[in-house]
Write a protein that binds this ligand. Sequence first.
Ligand SMILES: Cc1cc2nc3c(=O)[nH]c(=O)nc-3n(C[C@H](O)[C@H](O)[C@H](O)COP(=O)(O)OP(=O)(O)OC[C@H]3O[C@@H](n4cnc5c(N)ncnc54)[C@H](O)[C@@H]3O)c2cc1C
Length: 398
Amino acid sequence: MARNTEVVVIGGGYAGVMAANRLTKREGVTVTLINPRAKFVERIRLHQLVGGSDDALVDYQRILARGVRFVVDTVTRIDAPGRRVTTASGGILAYDYLIYAVGSGSGEPSVPGAAEHAYPISTLEDALRLRPVVEAAPASAALTVVGGGSTGIETASELAEQGRKVTLVCGRTLGAYLHPHARRAVAERLAELGVTVLEGGGTTVTAVTRDAVRLADGRELPSAVTIWTAGFAVPDLAARSGLSTDALGRLLTDETLTSVDDPRIVAAGDSAAPSDLPVRMSCQSAMQIGPQAGETVLSRIAGKRPADFNVGFFGQCISLGRRAGIVQYARRDDSVTKAFLLNGRPLAMLKEGVCKSTVWQLSQEARHPGMLNLWFKDRARRKSLPARAGEAAPGRTA
Ligand SMILES: Cc1cc2nc3c(=O)[nH]c(=O)nc-3n(C[C@H](O)[C@H](O)[C@H](O)COP(=O)(O)OP(=O)(O)OC[C@H]3O[C@@H](n4cnc5c(N)ncnc54)[C@H](O)[C@@H]3O)c2cc1C
């Protein structure tokens, strides 16, 4: 009797869970998912964890197909020629195909003092470390959020709504991704919440100390707690294992999400760099890429050419505390169009609906793998591929 095809998925985030579930649609495939934690982390709710309105955790039983073997461990090395991975507990798992979906975390800030005194918020461990620090700070204490992107805006709003004294230091522009109308609406809502927003070249942070933040223009802001939201980084597992990555460390793949080094390794989510032209790191794209990574492996098992991947964006829903928020629409290529501000119950329902629908999609894929194909086409990507990929090539690290 022919033995099963062994597929190992590294990383139980949005992309990894979608990929693992999709793989169960085919008989004769054994799927093992390796993740360092026994619970699924809803990273899109981590600012809520810090604010105390959600724990950002989901039981894997709810979202993982029964046929998936789940291992709580951390992969420390991929041996591509030997087709096996080593884990932190000393385990060795052999595979026929590997899906690399290790996601992202906070970038190591290069600013003096930031590594010691600033708190990142991009992983569960970061958020769990930060929450008691915020809770222990007196109500009148100055809190500084560094980074004017969506995570910084959501975090600043969440804390200000609880009556905290918050300064949002943007470096350059508040919500650089946003349409000017949306940016104005966000600025107005932040002002209503009492957030001091510092924008412009002089507001780049140059140093962080235990109780202050220094800016490029020479100002020193008192800061009892400094929260660092500027920039995501990816784990260095691929680079450490001798696989080709982009400058940030994302696994370099072709348009079928297959590693440029090895047809048995496929990448998905924040840690993938297809054609050296990665899409925006987001739950939105991870949910679309995950099942397609699974399909790529299934095609290879069936001896067929895998399809090129597709990701189409539709914008961002940014919460501004629990009672307001903004919907920023985008074209499929992620370029922004119009936006509108929602207040009160409609927004609370919309953003909550977005978070809940993500978990619902994961559980649907677990129960009915392959039934939902919720990915969209960005036609602009196809047209710009050769030229843009050529431009990006010097950024490669391996
Ligand atoms: C506060 C906050 C709010 C956000 N809000 C939004 C939003 O509104 N909309 C949106 O689209 N995006 C949002 N994002 C971004 C989004 O959360 C990420 O882009 C998304 O989680 C990426 O999914 P992923 O599956 O690639 O990786 P992840 O969700 O990061 O999952 C990767 C998994 O791999 C595991 N892993 C890592 N290394 C190893 C290893 N060596 N061995 C085994 N397992 C490993 C990790 O522990 C993790 O469980 C937000 C992020 C933050 C921090």
